[in-house]
Design a protein around this ligand. Structure first.
Ligand SMILES: [Zn+2]
Length: 424
């Protein structure tokens, strides 16, 4: 890779889509927009919404180009279904130097004065483009007065103006504004689609990757092409030789830390508080953050719960083998009520740890509570015991007292059996 180092551009920039056809996973949006352009029925305001990194700004720029494209020979007299990419308008917009395409980040221009400036300027005809295009990113950050000012222009926009709004938080955008925009929800790109795309990028880059490594990155990207490409950048930079190994990616994405979470969680579910505390001490010495450990644990509980309801999910090929095997065992061993209870304890624990003056003691108290609760019967089990006696005759309290009073004083039945074998 050294021969390309001099002119290295990050992948996310190098492979940023320049045309609708290059947008991945947004077929509905592309179809509707190109149809509207073909039919000459183009809205005057668009609202692009979706999680970060899903391609809102990229889509806005492609749309700005399609609206203003002059065609390869400069003779086009209306918007193009697909920007040509070579005309003066297309190249100027791509280089972010077109006077009539104005990008603004509402996060740093939230006030009414900023919006008034736009509205004032919108009255004048574009300098050289067909349309004056205002791209307003994170539009939900605008103040109430700013939205109100904008509304008047949105109600009766000059024919030569187009607004393209982007937001990660659509609920914070007033309905009055929303109702005047054509709205598009950009989807998280499915992992398989990301995998195929990244494979293509790597082929063009002349890099190779082990399938498990590719699957791991596609999954970690969580639906974002940009995030995934950033991880690929890092993996390529760290790769030993030209092939990106699964081990290297696992290390890069912190798989070792994830298996620690399994160790800790399994100790808790076996009702072994001492083992759990010892395991956490090691993690803490290695730099683990109590709050993040709990968040990882919440994620694990959620995944296990889904897997216990939909068993095929435990076979998710994008998970590393080690996680898959341990996850499957846990999902089989733990009942839905038990998982729900842990979920609640973990969520409550996150709040407590965040609010506590010192995170470690608070975290350890949460661990102890979870380990203790793992040994208690779930409400359904407790009722069954009351009705039919303890299912396990070995529980001494149940034998001595046919109807034990429920509560912490009653001896808990043994925790659900979880194998102590690890695959790591
Ligand atoms: Zn063009």
């Amino acid at each position: 890779m050294s021969e390309t180092a001099a002119a290295y551009r990050v992948l996310a920039r190098k492979y940023r889509p320049a045309a609708f056809a290059d947008l991945i996973g947004q077929e509905a949006l592309v179809r509707i927009l190109t149809n509207a352009i073909r039919a000459g029925r183009i809205a005057h305001a668009f609202m692009l919404t979706g999680v970060r990194g899903v391609g809102k700004t990229t889509t806005a720029r492609i749309l700005a180009r399609a609206l203003n494209c002059l065609g390869p020979d400069g003779s086009r007299d209306g918007p193009a279904e697909e920007p040509c990419g070579v005309c003066e308008a297309c190249t100027a917009i791509a280089a972010d130097r077109h006077v009539d395409v104005i990008e603004m980040d509402a996060a740093s221009h939230t006030g009414v004065d900023d919006v008034r400036e736009i509205i004032e300027a919108a009255r004048y005809r574009p300098v050289s483009a067909r349309f004056k295009v205002y791209i307003v990113d994170e539009v939900h950050m605008l103040s109430r007065q700013a939205f109100n000012a904008l509304l008047k222009t949105l109600e009766e926009p000059p024919g030569h103006v187009k607004f393209i709004f982007a937001t990660t938080e659509i609920r914070k955008v007033p309905v009055t504004v929303l109702s005047r925009c054509q709205r598009f929800d950009l989807r998280r790109v499915p992992a398989e689609m990301l995998e195929a795309h990244f494979q293509g990028v790597l082929a063009q880059e002349g890099a190779e990757i082990e399938p498990e490594a590719l699957a791991r990155i596609a999954r970690a990207a969580d639906g974002s092409v940009r995030d995934g490409l950033s991880m690929l950048d890092q993996a390529i930079a760290e790769a030993d030789g030209d092939r990106i190994a699964a081990d290297a990616v696992n290390e890069m994405l912190g798989l070792a830390d994830r298996l620690d979470i399994y160790d800790l969680f399994e100790a808790l579910m076996r009702g072994e508080p001492a083992a759990a505390l010892a395991r956490f001490d090691e993690m803490y010495r290695a730099g683990a953050d109590p709050g993040l450990v709990l968040q990882d644990m919440a994620e694990l509980v959620h995944r296990l719960t889904r897997a216990s309801v939909v068993p095929t999910e435990a076979e998710d090929a994008a998970l590393p083998e080690a996680e898959r095997v341990r996850g499957r065992k846990l999902a089989e061993a733990l009942s839905l009520p038990a998982l729900t209870r842990v979920w609640q304890l973990v969520l409550k624990g996150i709040q407590e740890v965040n609010a506590a003056p010192s995170a470690k003691p608070a975290f350890e108290m949460v661990l102890l509570r979870i380990a203790y609760a793992a040994g208690l019967p779930t409400p359904a089990e407790a009722i069954a015991q009351l009705r039919f006696g303890a299912p396990d005759a070995a529980a001494p309290q149940a034998r001595a007292e046919p109807k034990p009073a429920p509560g912490p004083s009653a001896d808990p039945p043994p925790p659900p059996p979880i194998s102590e074998e690890h695959t790591s």
